[in-house]
Design a protein around this ligand. Structure first.
Ligand code: SAH
Length: 387
């Protein structure tokens, strides 16, 4: 029997096209090509982004007989939940998603109640907080990662593939649905912040990440209507991509994963450093601040006896203040040891000394909390498996 289209094996890799991959005009073009009035594109956008409805049966403003064709063209199922695991008394939820080609990726939702000191929260620079809480979704931008940082769980397995813009957006929309339906402890809520700190190197999947940021921040109903300031893009330091990001006209926060102030050690901890050195990465970060006015965040995983010496804190303080004041914030992260790793987190005393040494340079420093640690949902622990 000849192979028909539906018998053909699913294309590995590239996700099916979805309206969250497209801008408003492109969506209207797709709808028009199907012989439907272009305003249907806006109706679909409203269902997806504003009403967070995924079931065509609920599209009562669209004739029943065209729902199927529109759904296939613009709202195919991109991700199905494999499982959700809750931690921190339900305030943290890690979700494992299966994509169309059976690829697995994870996202993490973190809900923070407003307390006196909240600056250690992920995405903590946003002024987008609604009411008295903040909800941050940590998204994956790639399945796996090609950057091979030896302390990071995702880095161990290598890169499987890039995610599409819509596959990134869908992690946020799915989280927004869970919150709206009151499935997360604390009652109904909304996503206020998105951090690209899940699996993958966002700037190595540049187009899709920018597309996703635009969809997240476009006004409702054409996008999710989030504040650009509520979005943080974290990178190992791909310098040309940082420069390009600075020119996008987006007020997103840049986080630079530095982890060492000296090239000798950083070559090991962040292998891409052999291509773009500490000084180049910091210059690009500083230029990002100049261009966008957004204070850059320097991430520094504190690894016992590896990068946590006071002299390294001092050197880091010097390198940052040499480039000016008020442009940067340091975010030490207690290492979350990955399974089988020989490395552990720095002791409390060493961590405190590291922080105080940096503070003595007049730098703002906040140690990141360790949300989701017990469910391997904390920084660097995302490594999707069905085990
Ligand atoms: N590829 C991007 C996003 C990665 S995850 C980047 O490297 O910035 C976000 C942060 O978690 C990065 O700073 C990363 O270095 C850090 N991280 C990775 N593994 C970690 C671990 N085991 N413990 C603590 N932080 C870790």
């Amino acid at each position: 029997m000849p192979l028909t289209l539906s018998d053909a094996p699913k294309r590995q890799g590239k996700a099916p096209q979805h309206l969250a991959d497209l801008d408003r005009r492109e969506r209207r073009d797709v709808v028009a090509a199907l012989g439907e009035p272009p305003y249907r594109a806006d109706q679909l956008s409203r269902h997806y982004f504003a009403r967070l409805v995924d079931d065509p049966a609920a599209w009562t403003d669209i004739p029943q007989q065209v729902r199927g064709v529109l759904s296939a063209a613009l709202l195919p199922t991109l991700a199905t939940p494999v499982r959700h695991i809750d931690a921190d008394a339900g305030a943290t939820r890690k979700s494992l998603w299966r994509l169309h080609d059976a690829t697995l990726v994870e996202s993490v939702l973190m809900r923070y109640r407003r307390v006196a000191s909240h600056s250690a929260e992920l995405g903590g620079e946003s002024d987008e907080t609604r009411g008295s809480e903040r909800v941050t979704v940590c998204v994956s931008s790639q399945a796996g990662c090609g950057m091979a940082c030896p302390f990071c769980a995702t880095g161990q397995a290598g890169l499987t593939r890039n995610l599409s813009a819509a596959e990134i957006v869908e992690q946020v929309v799915a989280s927004a649905r869970m919150l709206r339906r009151g499935e997360v402890v604390g009652g109904p809520g909304r996503v206020s912040n998105v951090v690209f700190m899940g699996m993958g190197e966002p700037l190595a999947n540049y187009r899709a990440v920018i597309g996703a940021v635009r969809r997240l921040t476009e006004a409702s109903p054409h996008g999710l209507g989030m504040s650009q300031r509520g979005v943080t893009v974290s990178t190992v330091g791909l310098v040309p991509a940082i420069e390009r990001l600075a020119d996008e006209g987006l007020a997103v926060t840049l986080a630079l994963s530095l982890h060492a102030p000296d090239d000798g050690l950083r070559d090991e901890l962040v292998p891409v450093n052999t291509r773009w050195k500490v000084a180049e990465a910091l210059d690009a970060a500083r230029a990002y601040f100049d261009r966008t006015g957004r204070r850059v965040s320097i991430e520094y995983a504190l690894i016992k006896d590896i990068n946590d010496q006071a002299w390294r804190a001092d050197l880091l303080g010097k390198l940052l203040t040499d480039r000016g004041r008020g442009w940067v914030h340091v975010n030490p992260i207690p290492l979350n040891p990955t399974p089988g790793s020989k490395w552990t987190a720095s002791t409390r005393v060493v961590e405190r000394t590291f922080v105080e040494t940096l503070s003595a340079h007049g730098l703002p420093v906040t140690v990141r909390d360790t949300r989701g640690r017990e469910i391997d949902g904390a920084c660097g622990q995302l490594a999707a498996s069905e085990a």
